[in-house]
Design a protein around this ligand. Sequence first.
Ligand SMILES: Cc1cc2nc3c(=O)[nH]c(=O)nc-3n(C[C@H](O)[C@H](O)[C@H](O)COP(=O)(O)OP(=O)(O)OC[C@H]3O[C@@H](n4cnc5c(N)ncnc54)[C@H](O)[C@@H]3O)c2cc1C
Length: 294
Amino acid sequence: MAAALVYVEDPADELSQQAVVMAGALGDEVQAVAIDGAGGTAFAPAVLAQTLVELAAARGASAVVAPGSERGNEILARVAAKLDLPMAANCVSVTVGEPTTVTRVRWGGSLLEQAEVHGAPLLMTSAAHAVAAAPIAALETVPVTASTSELDRAVRVIEQIPTASAGVSLTDADVVVSGGRGVGSAEGFSIIEELAELLGGAVGCSRAVTSAGWRPHTDQVGQTGTKVSPEIYIACGISGATQHMAGCKGAKRLLAINPDGEASIFAGADYAVIGDLHEVVPAISAEIRKARAS
Ligand SMILES: Cc1cc2nc3c(=O)[nH]c(=O)nc-3n(C[C@H](O)[C@H](O)[C@H](O)COP(=O)(O)OP(=O)(O)OC[C@H]3O[C@@H](n4cnc5c(N)ncnc54)[C@H](O)[C@@H]3O)c2cc1C
């Protein structure tokens, strides 16, 4: 019987467990494998991909499945490039057939796409929460393949630097005060930081801000940044691009401050202040101080 090979990043991690469960829907024997030697802190995606390619060939795998994490998607994209096959990322369901069809998450969760995936083996990653996680019953640990080259090791993690953020993290914060291009400069963020501090929250920003070098990428909220789910998200000088909203749509309430009443951020806002953030944000901070002093 053919086997569906599942790359397990971390057996304790829900995403890896979900990938194994989703592979069960393919109808073949599921072989969950962890790869010893080029994962974890020594992450080397080309080495892992080459190992999976050789393992899949040796076992005649009908599919290679990985968790839809950044690392899982990267490894499988490399497997696809090596095999010259298509790869379906972030799938929420799969139906085996001629051809196999998948439903997958696109645009940071804004839409679901149905796609046909041609070629064998089937290459796919499973989206978070697509299926319920379950402990992995049988996990095999395999070494990295000996045939990997120095070139395969050229891209690897060489150092991990803890984020230097003081106070509450973006993902855990109940309040996120986020600034966009409308803030105008790196120095302009002092009023955003001040409000975040008063509210015990974290500072976020849009990609326009990280691209300008005003804030580090670790502060970026959005499709290619952090996904946040605070009680309230205060968006200051942010237009509301789909890719930004993909990161803050988990917020329970959204307050937008923008002088352009037509800005699309207002379509998703619970509270709107049509005005200049350089006046509105310090005014909110001043009111909070006044209320606390009395
Ligand atoms: C593949 C891809 C991935 C992406 N991923 C992300 C992502 O993860 N996160 C992200 O944010 N973006 C992402 N983007 C970029 C995204 O499309 C937008 O370009 C970006 O979000 C715009 O940032 P912004 O709202 O700060 O800037 P702008 O769109 O330029 O908006 C600035 C806003 O500030 C307002 N403004 C100006 N002056 C003031 C003032 N004085 N007071 C108040 N408001 C003012 C303006 O009216 C305007 O609405 C991605 C794009 C692509 C193609």
